[in-house]
Ligand binder design. Structure first.
Ligand code: FIX
Ligand code: ZN
Length: 428
């Protein structure tokens, strides 16, 4: 038997690791969630769960309905079509479908119903405020990080109305329009009175920074973020490289906040699927190394979408102390891959990475995305500790809890809060 600082035996190891992983609160560093006050943006409930874009993509493989027919339906009819095709006529085997099942079971609902009647009655009987608390408790999520886009008119209006945002919902600033669609970003900035120009001529950089400074003062983001295509190359002679060098990185340095790069998406390979139409491509980890080497005082959070990029990202992080790998993003968010990637990261980086983020778009998803992530991460951790104990190391529960806490919140807190970096403060 083991307690506190006494050594954990090989027999008890799996149970102690699972308990530690299950009981440790997490900071979910990348989601698309909004607080209840952001009406229309805060998504929850069975119809949203079942029409998640992952399941929309899967619908068209198990049904004869066409995308045009599907999009012509209203939300609840879309949910009925998906429920029938993926949960009634087929076994919910995929991770996304199994996720809905896991959420329903945790909420006391029957996932084997022929329709969504029972589930809809349940969600109609509860308030979002009480549901929010329950979901965060069930998922053991202490704080989460939003994806905030000041170029999105609906969201911009909500912030300009000063909609209340609880502290546990951390903000970010999404740079996708600035770095992937300057035409749109330039139009929004110009409409807001900033003297930017399509060709980036002066004073575009200074004006764009002024725009970001205003939104940083308004949202107090924990990081700036961008998703980048798999073709991303840094540096090159594109407007993107100029905007990164003249606008985004100086802004990160000035406000001492990290820059998150999410690299490897191939947007809209099948536009008929709308949000479900994106894909993946193998990206250049050399670009990650070069931007980190070129900017030693900027802290980078990096996740890469392609499975084939995971090893390169791990090795790059061994060379670059301002590079924090995080999460098993999107198409990697599957138990077999999360366990594999986490095991490799433990072997190459110890506990100096952030194992997962949920990317949740619907509040309820936190329940299964963290339930499944904790299960797989604890398996990878158990394998690493087992080897250590088998080699004769005396491991304590306290050490295990310390490692898990570091990966689930400590690394992120340091990354976004470390103000002493300039004085050469050591990484934790
Ligand atoms: O760029 C992103 O933040 C991606 O996560 C999303 O675009 C994507 O649609 C998603 O929801 C992945 O899980
Ligand atoms: Zn995302």
């Amino acid at each position: 038997m083991v307690e506190g600082n006494r050594f954990v035996s090989a027999n008890d190891l799996q149970r102690v690791v699972e308990e530690s992983v299950q009981q440790t609160p997490v900071i979910d560093i990348h989601t698309h969630l909004y607080p209840p006050s952001f009406v229309g943006l805060c998504l929850w409930g069975i119809d949203e769960l079942v029409t998640y874009h992952y399941l929309v993509a899967e619908l068209f493989r198990s049904s004869r309905v066409t995308p045009a027919q599907f999009w012509a339906l209203n939300k609840s009819r879309q949910a009925d079509v998906i429920w029938d095709a993926l949960f009634v006529k087929n076994t919910p085997l995929s991770e996304a479908a199994a996720g809905v099942v896991a959420v329903m079971v945790k909420l006391g609902l029957d996932p084997c119903q022929p329709d969504l009647k029972q589930a809809r009655e349940y969600f109609a009987s509860i308030s979002i405020e009480e549901h929010l608390d329950r979901v965060l408790e069930l998922a053991h999520v202490a704080e989460l990080v939003m994806t905030n886009d000041p170029f999105n008119p609906v969201e911009r209006a909500a912030w300009e109305r000063n909609e209340p945002c609880p502290d546990r919902f951390h903000r970010t600033l999404r740079m996708d329009p600035v770095l992937n669609d300057w035409k749109t970003a330039h139009a929004v900035m110009t409409a807001a009175g900033y003297k930017t120009s399509a060709d980036l001529a002066s004073p575009t950089a200074a004006e764009a920074r002024r725009f970001l400074d205003l939104w940083i003062a308004r949202l107090r983001p924990v990081y700036l973020a961008v998703s980048l295509p798999f073709t991303f190359v840094y540096p090159d002679d594109s407007p993107r490289t100029r905007l990164i060098r003249e606008v985004v990185l100086p802004t990160c340095l000035y406000h001492n906040i990290p820059f998150a790069l999410m690299i490897g998406v191939s947007r809209q390979v099948n536009p008929a699927l709308k949000e479900a139409g994106d894909s993946v491509g193998y990206a250049d980890t050399g670009s990650v190394e070069r931007i980190c080497v070129e900017n030693p005082d900027v802290r980078f959070l990096v996740t890469m979408l392609s499975r084939e990029n995971q090893h390169g990202l791990c090795v790059a992080a061994r060379k670059l102390r301002n590079l924090m790998p995080f999460g098993c993003w999107w198409f990697l968010n599957n138990p077999s891959i999360v366990e594999d990637v986490s095991a490799e990261r433990l072997e190459l980086l110890g506990a100096t990475f952030i194992p997962q983020h949920s990317d949740a778009r619907i509040l309820d998803q936190l329940i299964y995305k963290w339930g499944h992530a904790r299960r797989t991460v604890s398996r990878a951790l158990h394998a690493s500790y087992s080897r250590l104990v088998a080699d004769g190391y005396s491991l304590t529960r306290e050490q295990i809890v310390r490692d898990v806490t570091r990966m689930f919140s400590g690394n992120f807190r340091t990354w976004v809060g470390a103000t002493n970096r300039k004085e050469g403060g050591a990484l934790p």
